[in-house]
Design a protein around this ligand. Structure first.
Ligand SMILES: [Zn+2]
Ligand SMILES: [Zn+2]
Length: 348
């Protein structure tokens, strides 16, 4: 077994403890990664607090992982010691079904294995990136190109790919008017990526509080939607809306902001059902879509794009003893725009 210091949530909602945890010995296709940084995703908080149904404890969260390969299994061909790699939301899939073959491992027919709070095909609970080392199959490690620092790369592995997928699928690019709802961890990445793809980007946020940031990220317009007249004035304005918020929104109103053939792609998970009249989508042939992370080839493509365009997440770096407080700040919306844990500070 491989022992490594990690931040462990002992039970639902309890404070983190620094403990030594054990990983399996390397299989033929495994790489051992010395984790440098791990991003804090809002979904970590939901799972640690057991807000998404029953969870597996003790839990080591973290699926925005960036580090360096420090050992490789006998059969590894993709990486060598010293390579910079990232790991996102998945660490295994069957590799044989049509979705795996298409590089859409998140839809694996056998069920993809989640990076933490999941069980591997061997039945062992998985452990995520709030640790100094992780072990994963080389198939689920993605090379991080030179030109992106590891700290700003970490959040790309979940926040980045989550918004990259719908932007690419629905054709964000030159001549397209894209709106991003919510300027948080996901939203700020959506703005950066859509701008770099060549789209004309607007931010839709409740208040003006993040206006300066939104425009600095490259958006050409920023609209505070708390003011009722604002949404009315934007009717029929956008080809694509990326909705990153998990709060309930008046979906019908937002569909109305789309041009004919426009798409609203939702990546957040509100508790309540969307509410809109059929006519809202039939008139104008509009699409209400959802999107769930992205596969390994798309993640590699996104990282290459980010390196080429000098894009990383905007982060606040924290040490291991600040994670509990950081969780409260994420829930309060008080982070610009992603907390990243310096895993060197975990001492167990
Ligand atoms: Zn995430
Ligand atoms: Zn599969």
């Amino acid at each position: 077994m491989i022992s490594t210091p990690a931040l462990v949530a002992p039970s639902a909602g309890a404070a983190f403890e620094a403990r030594t945890v054990e990983h399996r010995d390397l299989r033929d296709d495994d790489v051992l990664i010395d984790v440098a940084f791990a991003g804090i995703c809002h979904s970590d908080i939901h799972q640690v607090r057991e807000e998404w149904g029953s969870a597996i404890f003790p839990m080591v969260p973290g699926h925005e992982i960036a580090g360096v390969v420090s050992a490789v299994g006998d059969g590894v061909t993709k990486y060598k010691v010293g390579d910079r790699v990232g790991v996102g939301c998945m660490v295994d899939s069957c590799g044989e079904c049509e979705f795996c073959k298409d590089g859409e491992e998140q839809f694996c027919s056998k069920g993809a294995v989640m990076t933490y709070n999941g069980k591997g095909y061997d039945g062992e609970p998985t452990k995520g990136g709030y640790a100094q080392q992780v072990v994963v199959s080389e198939r689920f490690a993605v090379g991080i190109p030179d030109g992106i620092e590891l700290d700003v790369a970490a959040p790309l592995l979940c926040a980045g790919i989550t918004v990259w997928s719908p932007l690419k699928r629905w054709g964000a690019g030159p001549g397209k008017r894209v709106a991003v709802i919510g300027l948080g961890g996901l939203g700020h990445m959506a703005v950066k990526l859509a701008v770099a793809l060549g789209a004309e980007v607007s931010v839709l946020s409740r208040s003006d509080a993040k206006k300066e940031d939104g425009l600095a990220l490259g958006a050409t317009a920023y609209h505070a939607t708390g003011d009722e007249g604002v949404l009315k004035s934007l009717k029929g304005s956008f080809d694509l809306i990326i909705n990153t918020v998990s709060a309930d929104l008046p979906m019908q109103t937002y569909i109305g902001l789309l041009r004919p053939l426009g798409v609203i792609a939702n990546v957040g998970l509100p508790t309540n059902n969307y509410d809109f009249a059929p006519g809202a989508v039939v008139g104008g042939s509009r699409v209400v879509a959802g999107s769930n992370i992205g596969g390994i080839p798309a993640t590699a493509e996104m990282l290459a794009f980010c390196a080429e365009h000098g894009i990383g997440a905007t982060i606040e770096k924290i040490s291991a003893d600040e994670v509990d407080a950081a969780y409260d700040r994420v829930v309060a919306g008080d982070v610009r725009y992603r907390f990243v844990i310096d895993t060197a500070t975990i001492s167990a």
